[in-house]
Design a protein around this ligand. Structure first.
Ligand code: X8Z
Ligand code: ZN
Length: 674
């Protein structure tokens, strides 16, 4: 997240103003002297909003530059600059919001009324009015994100000392199937957030002060206010959508547990209560199970649209070609540089592939500055925030992404995701700054993912990343499973993070129970549990980027529903007639034009209207998810027949019972049969 994302991310995360997806918030501005601007006498509401847009546009590039710097060069100096920039933005935001009060109850154009509404939600980090508290808040926020980015886990001493960062530890979860090795990697990463607990506790107090200063009950209520409906209605929407997809998730959970038990044994393949062991899911947060393909593949002998192997061999070919250019002996430093060069070349190739999908729809090529300014790979000489993000640096074409790309499927699809943000920025750059955001934040997160749904086996074959695809029921189930491990596995995770934060912000989860509540929610929604006790000496929420980065997370849950609605609408627009899961609108200009029309609306009208223009409906609705996964759900039911599905969420996740404890029939989650 920065500028947009930047704007968002930094905790400034200004929602309205530019909160896009994984974008940072645009840090609104002040004058060039840093002093908040004052309102001219006799100014009308329309004039006020025109001035805010103007001031915002002017202050924006400096703020995003500071945020970009602190995310790509983590050190005390860049953090100081970034915290100061945030502080200035938030002070100005408070100032604008104060000035807007003059117009309450007055006649004004609907656009101006909407812009004022968006202004009040201009950050995910509501700033306290007290300047000392604001300064404290921006420092804490910057420090928390820096701690995450620099997080390192070391073992051993002296010559045997080994230090690993998130990427190395994720590699272990992706590739190792050794129970203890994975446990060590998982536990190792979760040591980095222990020191965040104090800062986070104070952070919550300070943002809640800011939320109250703005008239909200707490920060969670403010976050729920950005959806053109009441906060209570928004929360009800999440329950309704979860109710639609939960049976599908439960089937997938049941299947995964059965396979894990076959792999690791009935004592280690699940945790008490029939829950999935947190460290065995191939992903640090159990939000995407795609790395467990070796364990979960339905038909290993049928064709599989697996692309990591192809991406790795492309990287190796690039590397070897570079090596062959100048044969001979090389010093270790030269070899390391060559490897870095090959990684960069391969990451750029992956990005070109992603760009090609968008241009095939009739969208523009990425500007030259994207290629020169993007952070494609992890630098060797400094700490950076590797968590992927997309940035709009100046609302005028300086767009880039920040990633630490490796040649694997997850990173490949993440590039498509990030470019979704980038193309949204480019499409709405012509709007007034206050409207330069997604229709709601879930829209921003859904754009690139909609494209990912179009990456069918046939598309992957056409770009040379997958071999000849058979036409068989087995191949269909394989392809569906591959998508479900990313998309369906994610759904409860997409909900639980903000269920936790809503509770933290409204005080129903106390600091003394942060970890207990975290694991209760992991158990309730995901059916996931740690295999060793996680008491309050840990702060496991902080080991997920969006918590120290203060990025609201319900947007991703909504996005995982919306992307299927968008995809279905674009498939229809392209004239496609077959089963939904086989559609790819790659190369279809009509679908591209419809997509672009939606993007260019930004936040200029209620999202319900924008959704209707694309899909014909005004509600988020998971029926397209269920339609898409219809064949897989039928197959999963057959596989799970006769099994006791579901899990017992109250099997005390924070202090797990022995894995061999007898499992009682599920209470909260009714046992599911086939
Ligand atoms: O944070 C992201 C993107 C940037 S907006 C890489 N995502 C969520 C996550 O990684 O937790 C995309 C899917 C969910
Ligand atoms: Zn995103």
């Amino acid at each position: 997240m920065k500028p947009v994302r930047a704007l968002l991310a930094l905790s400034i995360t200004a929602a309205a103003i530019g909160l896009g997806g994984c974008k940072k918030e645009p840090t609104p501005t002040t004058t060039t002297t840093g002093a908040p601007t004052t309102a001219p006498a006799g100014e009308t509401a329309d004039q006020f909003i025109a001035r805010v847009n103007d001031e915002y546009r002017k202050m924006y590039p400096e703020m995003t530059a500071a945020q970009w710097l602190s995310s790509t060069y983590i050190n005390d100096d860049s953090q100081l600059l970034s915290a100061k920039a945030n502080e200035r933005y938030l002070a100005q935001l408070n100032n604008w919001i104060e000035q807007a009060k003059r117009f309450e109850g007055q006649q004004m154009s609907p656009e101006t009324a909407r812009a004022i509404q968006l202004l009040k939600l201009g950050t995910a980090m509501p700033p306290p009015k007290d300047p000392a508290k604001l300064e404290e808040l921006t420092k804490i926020a910057t420090r928390l994100e820096g701690m995450y980015g620099a997080g390192t886990y070391c073992t051993g001493e002296g010559d045997a000392k080994q230090c690993r960062q998130l990427g190395d530890l994720e590699d272990v979860l992706r590739t190792s199937r050794d129970y203890d090795e994975q446990l060590q990697a998982w536990q190792g990463w979760h040591t980095i957030s222990k020191p965040m607990r104090g800062d986070y506790t104070r952070f919550v107090e300070l943002v809640n002060q800011g939320a109250r200063d703005m008239g909200f009950a707490d920060t969670g209520e403010m976050w729920r206010s950005g959806y053109d409906m009441t906060p209570a209605e928004m929360a009800t929407e999440t329950d309704r959508l979860w109710g639609q997809v939960k049976p599908l998730y439960e089937q997938l959970h049941c299947y995964a547990r059965t396979r894990l038990e076959a792999k690791y044994g009935t004592d280690r393949g699940h945790v008490a209560g029939n829950m999935l062991p947190a460290h065995l899911m191939g992903n640090m947060w159990q939000q995407d199970w795609g790395n467990l393909w070796d364990i979960l593949a339905p038909y290993p002998n049928a064709s599989v649209p697996e692309i990591t192997t192809a991406l790795e061999s492309q990287y190796r070919a690039t590397h070897d070609a570079m090596l062959a250019k100048n044969p001979g002996k090389r010093a270790p430093a030269e070899l390391a540089q060559l490897e870095q060069d090959a990684r960069l070349a391969s990451a750029k190739l992956m990005s070109e592939r992603a760009q090609d999908f968008y241009t095939s729809l009739g969208m523009q090529k990425l500007p030259e500055s994207y290629w020169t300014h993007t952070q494609f790979i992890k630098p060797r000489d400094r700490d950076v925030v590797c968590h992927a993000s997309a940035w709009d640096m100046n609302m005028a074409g300086d767009v880039r992404i920040k990633m630490c790309i490796k040649p694997n499927e997850e990173d490949f699809t993440t590039i498509y995701h990030e470019l979704g943000h980038v193309y949204y920025y480019l499409a709405y750059n012509k709007l007034p700054p206050l409207f330069q955001q997604g229709a709601h934040d879930g829209f921003h997160e859904a754009i690139g993912d909609t494209i990912v749904l179009s990456m069918t086996p046939k598309y992957l074959q056409s770009i040379g990343l997958a071999g000849e695809q058979q036409v068989s029921d087995e191949a269909v189930v394989n392809a569906q499973m591959r998508m479900a491990l990313a998309k369906v596995a994610f759904l409860p995770f997409g909900l639980m993070i903000d269920r936790w934060r809503w509770g933290v912000f409204d005080g129903s989860i106390k600091p003394a129970d942060y970890n207990k509540a975290w694991w209760e929610l992991k158990a309730k929604y995901q059916g996931v549990a740690p295999s060793t006790a996680r008491g309050e000496e840990f702060f496991d929420a902080g080991a997920k980027y969006h918590v120290p980065g203060n990025t609201p997370y319900t947007r991703y849950f909504f996005a995982h529903v919306l992307q299927f609605q968008f995809y279905k609408a674009l498939c229809d627009a392209s004239g496609y007639k077959g089963p939904l899961h086989e559609c790819s609108f790659y190369g279809n200009k009509e679908a591209g034009a419809r997509f672009q029309a939606m993007l260019s609306k930004g936040a200029s009208q209620p999202w319900q209207k924008t959704l209707k223009e694309l899909t014909g409906g005004e509600q988020m609705d998971a029926s397209a998810v269920l339609e898409y996964f219809g064949p897989l759900q039928t197959w999963l039911k057959q596989q799970n027949e006769g099994k006791t599905c579901g899990w017992q969420a109250d099997a005390t996740a924070a202090a797990p019972a022995p894995a061999t404890a007898p499992v009682e029939p599920s209470k909260q989650e009714a046992p599911k049969q086939g």
